[in-house]
Design a protein around this ligand. Structure first.
Ligand code: 2HG
Ligand code: ZN
Length: 480
């Protein structure tokens, strides 16, 4: 049973003091952006938003909240797809923004690492790495506004997972403030350190339910020097999977991105995104955005890519392909992919599924899922796109073009159930990269192994006995 309490005015004054100068917002217009999630599905209330600028202040705030049993909802860039950083409607949960912890503490190019505070935007981290002639490979559509602390709290994915892994794989150490205000310093950043449990991994992907990540030691990589980007018309998802396998073999595993784009997604982008242009001279049903890269100057890479595409054309797995001839053309190809969510928003309501299955089973899943979805929502448009190389597609439905928004949205529970049951039959995941937040708490309860759920609840209770950290996210705050 949740034990959190309603913070009284005296306690809010105490928080104001602990948060430091300019560290507390409570004017309605300042607080408003924190009361709704990125997809505008969840709306909440809060007495205040805390914006401390040091780890010590975060620690003091959590110690006080622990003592007073006051619920705390951490927020980074507020770009969650699952309502992770939106407070509930009770008006008793204080929001804790990490935005002012935005310093780069150190950059060590020789050891391929840097330490960033949680509120640094992902782009800031990428740019600092770049200016040290290094790559921080995490890359996603919201990188200009999402924050590295949020990326780690949600174990973000994105478009370079195939080569570099999820956010979890890109971290050497963390600094975390525990729910009782103690600081867990795991920032040493050794590549090898087998001394007991690897605690950082508990907080990565925990969505702020076990503590607050305040700093991250990031792994860096050599910067790509040779980079080839292709927009390829593939016969179907099966041909795409075969092409990926072949490319990984012949390039020495240099494929860094392999994204699936169906024609309907490209059409939406062409309709709604300024200056978007079709890269090929006629329409094809499926495309792949492919990038191969190495950190050395390697003119041979382009040849290998072209030869592999030609062979695939002979086998009729590929119909046509455009290779980027310049930086701007590369950016234009990428924009066609990255603006799909925005373009889809312009097409009315969407019902989203963030699905992963074994990559080789994805073509069959898309086929079966499409039939199922259209049976339940005749006239809907299936937009299944994304990270095929990771076995992860965003299986999204857009409402019928002239249909009624509310009528379509009312189908969501039924469609989610059917799709997620299908995912379970494929031994897949109903949340490949977007996490649980508040949106998928019921799904986690339904589909997760009960033993795993028990372990999760035990960990939650051990670290946060009063249940103050982001209550109702990932796990229900009143189980049973
Ligand atoms: C992407 O890959 C994001 O573009 C958004 O994860 C997915 O809109 C979506 O469902
Ligand atoms: Zn994605």
């Amino acid at each position: 049973v949740s034990t959190t309490r309603n913070p009284d005015p005296a306690f809010i004054d105490r928080l104001r003091e602990l948060a430091g100068p300019h560290g507390l917002l409570d004017a309605p217009e300042d607080v408003a952006p924190y009361l709704v999630d990125h997809r505008r599905l969840h709306h909440g209330r809060t007495p205040c938003v805390l914006r401390p600028d040091t780890t010590e202040r975060v620690a003091a705030i959590l110690a006080a909240c622990h003592e007073a049993r006051c619920a705390v909802v951490p927020v980074g860039g507020n770009t969650s797809y699952c309502g992770g950083p939106t407070p509930d409607a009770s008006g008793t949960q204080v929001v804790l923004s990490l935005a002012r912890l935005d310093r780069i503490r150190s950059v060590d190019a020789a050891d391929f690492q840097l330490v960033a505070e949680a509120g640094c935007t992902l782009r800031q981290v990428q740019e600092v790495a770049d200016s040290a002639d290094r790559l921080f490979p995490l890359s996603l559509g919201s990188e200009g506004s999402c924050q590295i602390g949020g990326n780690l709290s949600t174990n973000a994915g994105g478009t370079a997972v195939l080569r570099y892994g999820m956010a979890r794989d890109l971290v050497l150490g963390l600094e975390v403030v525990l729910p009782d205000g103690r600081v867990l310093d795991q920032l040493k950043g050794l590549r090898k350190d087998n001394t007991g449990y690897d605690l950082k991994h508990l907080f990565i992907g925990a969505e702020g339910t076990l503590g607050v990540i305040t700093a991250v030691r990031c792994k860096l990589f050599p910067r790509p020097v040779t980079l080839e980007t292709a927009f390829v018309a593939v016969r179907d998802p099966l041909a795409a999977v075969a092409l990926l396998e072949r490319l990984r073999e012949v390039t020495g595993d240099a494929v860094s991105t392999f994204e699936l784009v169906p024609r309907i997604a490209l059409e939406m982008v062409l309709r709604h995104i300024e200056r978007a242009a079709d890269p090929l001279d006629r329409a094809y049903p499926w495309y792949a955005l492919i990038e191969v890269s190495t950190s050395r100057d390697d003119p041979g890479l382009r040849e290998v890519l072209m030869a592999t595409l030609s062979e695939a054309i002979e086998r009729e797995e590929v119909a046509d392909a455009a290779l980027a001839a310049s930086g701007p053309q590369r950016d234009a190809f990428w924009r066609l992919r990255e603006t799909i969510p925005e373009a889809q928003r312009h097409e009315g309501a969407s019902i989203k599924h963030d699905v992963s299955v074994a990559p080789r089973r994805m073509p069959e899943f898309i086929r079966e899922g499409t039939e199922l979805a259209l049976r339940l929502a005749p006239g809907a448009r299936v937009v299944a796109y994304g990270h095929l190389g990771d076995g992860n597609v965003h299986f999204n439905l857009s409402q019928p073009p002239a249909g009624d928004r509310e009528a379509f949205e009312s189908l969501a529970p039924q469609i989610h159930r059917a799709m997620h049951d299908l995912v379970a039959r494929y031994d897949g995941s109903f949340s490949a990269e977007h996490g649980i937040g508040q949106l998928k708490v019921g799904e986690l309860e339904r589909y997760e192994d009960p033993v795993a759920l028990d372990v999760m609840r035990a960990i939650k209770h051990a670290l946060d006995p009063h249940g103050i950290m982001n209550p109702g996210k990932v796990l229900r705050s009143n189980p049973g």
